[in-house]
Design a protein around this ligand. Sequence first.
Ligand SMILES: [Fe+2]
Length: 407
Amino acid sequence: MSSTETQTQAEKLVKELNNQTENLSIEIDVSKRVKGGFNASHVDALPKLAREYLERHGVDLSNGYPEKPQSEQIPLYVDDALKIRNTPQEYIPRGKNADREKKALFSKVKEVKHLTKYIGTELVGVQLADLNEQELDELALLIAERVVVFFRDQDLAPARQLEIGQFFGNPEIHPNNFRVPGLPGTTVIWTQLFKRNGHKTSFKNARSATGIWHSDLPHELQPPGPTILAQNSLPSVGGDTAWSSGYAAYDKLSPAFQKFLEGKYAVQRSMHTYLDRNDPLNGGKQITREQPIVRTHPVTGWKSLYVNRDWTVSIVGLEPEESRTILNYLFDVYEKNLDIQVRFRWQPTTPGTSTVAIWDNRVSQHTAVWDYDVEEDRHGVRVSALAEVPFFDPESKSQREALGLDN
Ligand SMILES: [Fe+2]
């Protein structure tokens, strides 16, 4: 056989194979891909304090814990996942018309303790669950100004936590994540569960997952503002969380660089992956969305830098190398300036209660410190209140400009 004949035969074969694969239809059984519903096996693994806390607040654990959406409700394809929240929802910017001095809230509090100059305040001697709408409105302003606010020794029912989240915005109902049974809008943050689902965190890779600086859910059409995390089981030492201020990160930049970034957009991606309908065998695909790099906070009116190492992919309109270099620099500004950060130790808290942090994801990044033994489990409930469609107002001021602080 001549080489030309061999070539022709090979070409024929390739053509035939191509024809066959073109008509190949792939059927995927959704229920087998993502297991939804309850998983009874985790209930017994719940830390004692977390279990008592949930039961005391009327959470039904009889079907299992935690709850996931039913398999058929979990989107398989990325376009379906995107469709879940792809039209704007009404949002009321709580705190916008609140008393700037916050007299109602502060009269209820024993002590207002600023943990650092630019970020983080602890409110001592007050129960979050007891705050009325006026006090919550003032709290929304305090969170917007101080970026993160802490409360210890809280007796906060997950249902009341969700209610407060509803006051702050539209609680995010995750299509594919664990929630407190019967409470869509809550997310369970539980180390043991994380490990049981195959995530291996060791001393050597402790920076993976939530150990990387990030802001939550920036791929959403309306990413979260106030986010409430109530931790009701904590390691005796370790498991801290650190936050960094986006207002201050913006203020660290030179005026010329600030101008360059204003009006530009970055591509943000989701943590969860779904399949590409047109290329389902090519692995998981994230939801992506373009968001302004500098955004204006609707309550304070201050500008903030809105990019993070975990979820920001690229800057729209720049060459890949330019984008990478600039983004890495911006991530560093957030991560390396200790004067714009607060590191919070969740302990001590009275056993049987929660330590609560409420941070504004629009104007901050955070990172979890994975330095504790999983045997000393960490368990909490998060409610993320989705806020406005991010925007940049060219007339808005930076925090330092608005407060008359020196550069
Ligand atoms: Fe997070």
